[in-house]
Design a protein around this ligand. Structure first.
Ligand SMILES: C[S@@+](CC[C@H](N)C(=O)[O-])C[C@H]1O[C@@H](n2cnc3c(N)ncnc32)[C@H](O)[C@@H]1O
Length: 358
């Protein structure tokens, strides 16, 4: 079979399952032949060996059965990195690139005002952005309408409409920030490096992206899964990035330490969610599911983060599209300032954050 015939045959096989079968089969065949996709264009009448054809058919079978392309290819792009992925790790999502954007934005703001006093006991007023003026024991604010200037949420699609909005006026600026922007650490030169912790690092996506885009920052990443950490360490070596990976449950490996930024994309899917029967069934359940309607790990992190944040430090959490209210309420009750949720580029509220000003 020639390459052009293999591509046409593969696209026919996948058409029922895949909205872009031509792109998928091109990626699969390039992977089998260990060639760039562009090579296929110039060699479309080259015959496949029997062995290559058999491997291609196997991948088509797996793809037709719903297995994610990233696992079939063994890699996934994340910001400017290409990351190895195996079924031991969650496939990094575009939504999570948005969490990195926000973490860089908050970290850059901290770094501008940061001095050695950023260590515990430093002056919180010098550290971060303007703290919320709401006293910690004040009643929860009336929930606000969705922030303007972004795509509206579709209430049907969204279920419960989230009601928190940014309190610090930084959202408009955020929306001009380009995902995947080139590394720019210049503004932080000469300043004490920030300390960043990524909890539940999986493939290392968040930690490695932050380290690659802010090389002076010190990044520590934890995960409960040893096999996930092995993948993350391999990715770090492949990209020459120095991240301190540690094994353990949430904050346990960070005992006695404090950070300027804590970021996490923890498991947040309700164990009864019907989506678990879909394509995500190929991903590790321990990366997906959390008790209490998916909120148990998010709440655990919120409750314990203050012990691990410097004054003025930020906690940033990715969560489900319908969990922003619950997460923001918990942040508020725990005493965080500047609590806000942010909608991702698809218009879904997927990241909530708060600043710790004890
Ligand atoms: C949703 S995945 C996120 C992976 C990666 N940060 C990303 O965004 O692609 C959640 C990660 O949390 C890890 N995890 C689950 N429970 C944990 C726990 N109790 N302590 C530490 N990590 C945990 C899982 O192994 C998984 O790697």
């Amino acid at each position: 079979m020639k390459i052009c015939d293999a591509l046409a045959h593969g696209a026919r096989r996948l058409r029922a399952h895949d909205p872009r079968p031509e792109a998928t089969v091109r990626a699969l065949l390039a992977h089998v032949l260990d060639r760039p996709e562009s090579w296929l264009w110039a060699h479309d009448d080259t015959p496949l060996t029997d062995e290559a054809q058999a491997r291609y058919e196997t991948l088509l079978d797996r793809c037709a059965a719903g297995e994610p392309l990233a696992y079939l290819l063994g890699w996934q792009p994340f910001r400017q990195l290409s990351l190895r992925v195996t079924p031991d790790v969650l496939i990094p999502r575009p939504e999570t690139e948005f969490l990195v954007d926000l973490a860089l934005e908050k970290g850059d703001a901290l770094a501008k005002t940061h001095t050695a006093a950023g260590a515990p006991g430093g002056d919180p007023a010098k550290l971060g952005e303007t703290p919320s003026e709401r006293p910690k024991n004040a009643p929860e604010p009336a929930f606000l309408r969705h922030a303007t200037g972004r795509p509206d949420n579709d209430p049907v699609k969204m279920g419960e409409a989230p009601s928190w909005t940014a309190q610090n006026g930084s959202e408009a600026a955020f929306w001009t920030h380009t995902a995947g922007a080139p590394a720019d650490d210049r503004q932080n030169s000469g300043e004490t490096p920030l300390r960043v912790a990524d909890l539940g690092t999986g493939s290392g996506a968040i930690a490695l992206a932050i380290k690659s885009e802010r090389p002076r920052w010190r990044v520590t990443a934890t995960d409960l899964s040893e096999t996930a950490l092995a993948v993350a360490r391999r990715n770090a070596r492949a990209h020459g990035l120095a991240v301190d990976f540690r094994h353990g449950r949430w904050f346990e490996p960070l005992a006695g330490e404090q950070y300027h930024l804590i970021v996490s994309n923890p498991p947040y899917i309700d164990p009864t969610d019907s989506h678990l029967a879909g394509a995500i069934r190929f991903e590790p359940r321990g990366a997906l599911v959390a008790d209490d309607q998916g909120l148990a790990d998010l709440f655990h992190i919120i409750d314990h983060a203050p012990d691990f944040l410097v004054p003025g430090g930020w906690l940033l959490l990715e969560h489900g599209y319908n969990q922003a209210d619950a997460v923001c309420r918990r942040l508020h009750r725990r005493g965080f300032d500047a609590v806000a949720w942010h909608a991702d580029p698809f218009g879904n509220p997927r990241v909530s954050l708060g600043q710790w000003n004890p």
